[in-house]
Design a protein around this ligand. Structure first.
Ligand code: AMP
Ligand code: ZN
Length: 463
């Protein structure tokens, strides 16, 4: 079977044919930097990381652009119209996002364009739409996209424009799909925006959220590129509107494959800041979770199914990962070290076939763990293994790690644990044994052991 992906626009799986043999171009909608991203957001970013890693494994070169939404209703509202606060806010949360990306071992995008650095490109695109009479200026000097001028509107949600019941126009970035409306491309300045505004041919104001992604994707990837990703909540109105604007402005196809990941849920509802049911990466770090554990929990479920997150499940993933690492070490110990002479196990092909089929990770892991169990049994029973098979097993696990990033490196200790161990050493120095013991127990609860070496504390993961 050849590589295929479910394409939101056709609502079916399609064989993946890149536009160029040289490079696959991907655009992923990045974070809105008004707050610390939650792990729901990271489910989507991890799905995109998996997609990218698998394409790389298949031998493609990937060029990946992820935008940073630093202007939208939410960033402006939070900064309360103060440009200095606005810049401080977005810089702070962008830095936090980059830390989280690094912690989670997500391969960084090639470019992270910020909306604030691309205002001219947005103005140019809006001007073009206005010249083509697909956009119009309203009385308050905002510019709107005219839905009735785009006969194909509704492409992504599979609704025909003629059947859409059009109502008022909408200035907000987000609105429901029951109510398709002329949407804003440029929002004229209001009192609440304070000193957060940019100059434009229509006076001071700011771009709408959707035009930001059209302008930045086209600037960095061209008018027609391979894959556009996001979470399912991006499909409408964000991606529908992005597609409408881009196709109208360029008369080109814009995107070949639209891929969307389902939501992460917590306590029975979609994880979201607005509902208050969320956890962040710093929350999980402070509970002692490893990046590999978080990656495993998120990636072991298929990206198009809803996933409910629980701390228990995250803890349980540790034993699965230790089994992988355990077998890896077992094979390394008996390997002749000549990894170039190897034979992949027969399960390897089925593993790749599962991923070729729209990234079927549950099936891929089922095939892998079945193989893992069979090899462990073989080794437990002292059955001989051929050198080629041993090396093939090591290579198989290396492939697992390159695609999923789940091989726990033995010495990885989260920063939080180092900090606790240092605090404990401080108490010991002062002779406060009670406080030192309390911290040792806390470290133990978080899954690590701390011992006292001559050069300071030695920390190990609890077996
Ligand atoms: P935002 O910062 O709100 O623009 O979201 C960044 C990305 O996270 C977008 O692709 C969203 O679709 C995605 N996203 C938001 N909430 C969730 C969730 N609960 N589960 C999975 N993805 C999400
Ligand atoms: Zn976007």
């Amino acid at each position: 079977m050849s590589l295929q992906f479910y394409n939101t626009i056709s609502q079916k799986k399609e064989k993946f044919n890149p536009i160029s043999d040289e490079i696959v171009k991907i655009y992923t909608c990045g974070p809105t930097v008004y707050n610390t991203a939650h792990i729901g957001n990271f489910r989507t970013f991890l799905f995109e990381d998996l997609l990218k890693r698998f394409l790389i494994h298949k031998g493609y070169n990937v060029y990946h652009v992820m935008n940073i939404t630093d202007i939208d209703d939410k960033t402006i509202k939070k900064a309360k119209g103060d440009k200095k606060l606005f810049q401080e806010l977005t810089t702070k949360y962008l830095a936090q996002f980059m830390d989280d990306i690094e912690f989670l071992k997500i391969i960084p995008a090639d470019v992270y364009p910020k909306a604030t650095d691309n205002i001219n490109e947005m103005i140019e695109m809006i001007t073009k739409l206005q010249e083509d009479e697909v956009a119009y200026l309203s009385k308050d000097n905002s510019v709107y996209f005219n839905l009735s001028k785009d006969k194909g509107y509704g492409r992504l949600i599979n609704l025909s424009n003629s059947k859409l019941k059009q109502t008022e126009r909408v200035i907000n970035d987000e609105y429901s799909k029951d109510n398709p409306q002329d949407f804003s491309l440029w929002k004229s300045w209001t009192n609440e925006d304070g000193d957060i505004f940019w100059d434009s041919p229509w006076g001071k104001g700011r771009p709408g959220w959707h035009i930001e992604c059209s302008a930045m994707s086209i600037k960095y990837l061209g008018e027609h590129f391979d894959i556009h990703c996001g979470g399912v909540d991006n499909i409408f109105p964000h991606h529908e509107n992005e597609l409408a604007q881009s196709m109208s402005a360029t008369n080109n196809l814009f995107v070949n494959y639209w891929m969307h990941s389902e939501h992460l849920h917590l306590k029975g509802d979609k994880m979201s800041k607005a509902k208050g049911n969320f956890l962040t990466i710093p929350d999980l770090i402070s509970k002692g979770f490893l990046p590999e554990e978080i990656r495993f929990v998120m990636l072991a479920a298929h990206y198009r199914t809803k996933l409910t997150f629980s701390l228990e499940q995250c803890s349980e993933s540790r034993s699965a990962l230790q089994r992988i690492y355990g077998l890896y070490n077992r094979l390394l110990k008996i390997s002749n070290g000549n990894l170039e002479i190897f034979k992949f196990p027969s399960e390897y092909d089925n593993f790749i076939l599962a991923l070729d089929n729209d990234l079927d990770t549950p099936k891929a892991f089922a095939v892998f763990f079945k193989w893992l169990r069979s090899i462990n049994t073989k080794l437990d029973n002292n059955q001989n293994m051929d050198n080629k098979d041993i090396n093939g097993g090591i290579k198989f696990i290396n492939v697992i790690d390159s695609i999923f990033g789940v091989l726990i490196k033995e010495n990885f200790i989260p920063e939080e644990i180092h900090k606790l161990a240092t605090d404990r050493a401080g108490y010991r120095k002062k002779g406060d044994w009670k406080a030192a013991d309390r911290i040792r127990n806390k470290i133990l609860d978080l899954g690590f052991l701390v011992e006292d070496g001559t050069d300071g504390p030695i920390i190990k993961p609890k077996k």
